[in-house]
Design a protein around this ligand. Sequence first.
Ligand SMILES: Cc1cc2nc3c(=O)[nH]c(=O)nc-3n(C[C@H](O)[C@H](O)[C@H](O)COP(=O)(O)OP(=O)(O)OC[C@H]3O[C@@H](n4cnc5c(N)ncnc54)[C@H](O)[C@@H]3O)c2cc1C
Ligand SMILES: *[C@@H]1O[C@H](CO)[C@@H](O)[C@H](O)[C@H]1NC(C)=O
Ligand SMILES: *[C@@H]1O[C@H](CO)[C@@H](O)[C@H](O)[C@H]1NC(C)=O
Ligand SMILES: *[C@@H]1O[C@H](CO)[C@@H](O)[C@H](O)[C@H]1NC(C)=O
Ligand SMILES: *[C@@H]1O[C@H](CO)[C@@H](O)[C@H](O)[C@H]1NC(C)=O
Length: 589
Amino acid sequence: MQGRHTRAMERLLPFLLLALGVLLQLCSCSPPPDPVVCTHGKSNCTVTNAYGSFTDRSICHAANITYPRTEQELVAAVAAAACAKRKLKVATKHSHSIPKLSCPGGRHGTIISTARLNRTVHIDAAKRLVTVESGMLLRDLIAAAAAAGLALPNSPYWYGLSIGGLLATGAHGSSLWGKGGAVHEYVVGMRIVTPAPASKGFAMVRELGADHPDLDAAKVSLGVLGVISQVTLALEPMFKRSLTFVKRGDSDLADQVVPWGRLHEFADLTWHPQDGTVMYRQDDRVDVSTPGNGLNGFLIFRASPTRATIDARAAEVSMQLRNVTDVARCAAAQLDVSAQEKQAFGFMNDGVSFTGYPVVGYQHRMQAAGTCIGGPEDGLLTSCIWDPRIDGSFYYNSGFSVALSKAPAFIADVQRLRDLNPDMFCTGVDGRVGLMLRYVKASSAYLGKPEDSIDLDVLFYRSRTYGIPRVYADLVDEIEQMALNKYGGLPHWGKNRDFAFDGAIAKYPKADKFLLVKDRYDPDGLFSSEWSDQVLGIHGSPTIVQKGCAIEGLCVCSDDTHCAPEHGYFCRPERALRGPRWRRLALAR
Ligand SMILES: Cc1cc2nc3c(=O)[nH]c(=O)nc-3n(C[C@H](O)[C@H](O)[C@H](O)COP(=O)(O)OP(=O)(O)OC[C@H]3O[C@@H](n4cnc5c(N)ncnc54)[C@H](O)[C@@H]3O)c2cc1C
Ligand SMILES: *[C@@H]1O[C@H](CO)[C@@H](O)[C@H](O)[C@H]1NC(C)=O
Ligand SMILES: *[C@@H]1O[C@H](CO)[C@@H](O)[C@H](O)[C@H]1NC(C)=O
Ligand SMILES: *[C@@H]1O[C@H](CO)[C@@H](O)[C@H](O)[C@H]1NC(C)=O
Ligand SMILES: *[C@@H]1O[C@H](CO)[C@@H](O)[C@H](O)[C@H]1NC(C)=O
């Protein structure tokens, strides 16, 4: 009896979590902790990310941190480090990047935080130009622009990111229209502080106007060129959009995936392969006179009661440890998805509740969400579900793009994989979230997407212990390796596990141009770290080959010890699809 009761609770927990999240949408929430912690004032520091864990589970070290408030202070900070040839790196208010991008090289570098560089510098409403300091959060940029009647046409869906950080990793929303889904396409100017020779005082400000060729390097820079001080974006007059989620079967998804992005300006797709359904986001501009004051209150980005987050995680861990893969998992995921659908995933017609489609609202209220960073502090009664101070949600987030020309074949391959056993998708990926597909246009940025692409985003369970496999660990491995190898896919710079970056730079036709700018701006590599050198193909490999590395996503296995033979996971060739022979998965026997 006890056992049956517990299992029923487990199935209900994710649902309860969302239901409570709704009640708390307008309440307080403990803001996330600082990613940099120092033991002696601003010295002897450690660096991590918003999840409290980099992909290799390391914590980085730095000698100290500085919080410039002005460009002059920023120049002074870079000059001091450059004079001493000390390593430097920018960290942001929340530092969301999953790989070790925010770590300075070595253990004795200096961190420059942009947390206090968060002001609006200038708004030219007539020319529709907005200049902000680089540490400003996307939330605050969107609000400042809206106050002047302007809109950023596209952006990531989570507004806790900083402008400097989201540009550095090529972050995007979803669109094939106009300039497309990536924020860097809207950048028309930057001021960047780089090291300089002694004759110039060891640091200099470089002003990059719209036609400056180096802007294509600085727009997506992985933070290795210097510190971006200010960013100027070309915006549009405020507009409204009208959103409807349309659920359809996935049998024609391979044929629909490209046309859908051309048909609707803010199209995206959320795919649940386990039950063969796709939620098509039908989302277009409408005349500003269209009634509606919609608000994006995306459920997963709301504050959740800490207790419920911890309980949901405990239930998930328990099911993972017991390898629960039965239909109950699918039923639980299904229940959760239905609950989210009933609430339009958190969109609200009038800013308070969802009453029916379409949800019509102003761009600045519809484009992004993230109330869980809002505060005020409530002593951790509620938090973002991934807050590292609680034993809450802990997952991997992979994001990779496949050129549109190859997207139909890629989708068809994932469908073939699904047909082997649909239930894998309730467990091997987060069945409550599904596979999210978004559109990104080809970019002139050297480290932007070379082709119009579809970007697949997937969340999946991560153990807090090194080397412990997930149920169906091989599912995401197979999808990722297929996308990256068979279809020439590109990893999102700010997401993914380490192995995904192996060889990625070779797929960027203009990478050599990027490296030339890097050599000019920072010849001593002060802004470079071991990780950035590995990712950029300058020195070493981003993979780590050791016991359990394939389970951790640090390598692609070539030996059983890279998996978890003691838990029944061995290194085997891919199961389903005829592709390059060297693709290897951690496969359960
Ligand atoms: C909940 C969540 C939702 C997300 N949603 C999306 C999404 O919808 N779309 C998407 O594309 N991505 C998304 N991401 C990923 C996100 O875009 C990246 O992780 C992004 O880089 C994080 O920005 P940040 O401000 O936290 O930067 P950080 O992670 O702190 O920094 C990223 C890099 O930029 C460098 N950097 C930062 N500021 C500067 C500066 N001023 N000058 C020079 N270098 C700088 C840092 O040194 C570092 O190398 C999401 C991540 C999370 C956690
Ligand atoms: C520096 O910080 C570490 C923890 O990150 C701590 O163990 C160590 O004692 C500190 N060193 C000094 C000199 O305080
Ligand atoms: C950081 O530490 C270095 C070396 O320990 C020191 O020279 C430098 O002045 C410090 N910088 C800041 C901003 O505290
Ligand atoms: C800048 O950051 C400070 C400190 O976090 C905050 O109080 C302030 O509201 C922010 N300003 C803007 C314009 O976002
Ligand atoms: C987990 O369960 C599935 C389905 O019952 C089975 O195929 C798989 O081998 C099991 N995995 C492990 C590691 O026991």
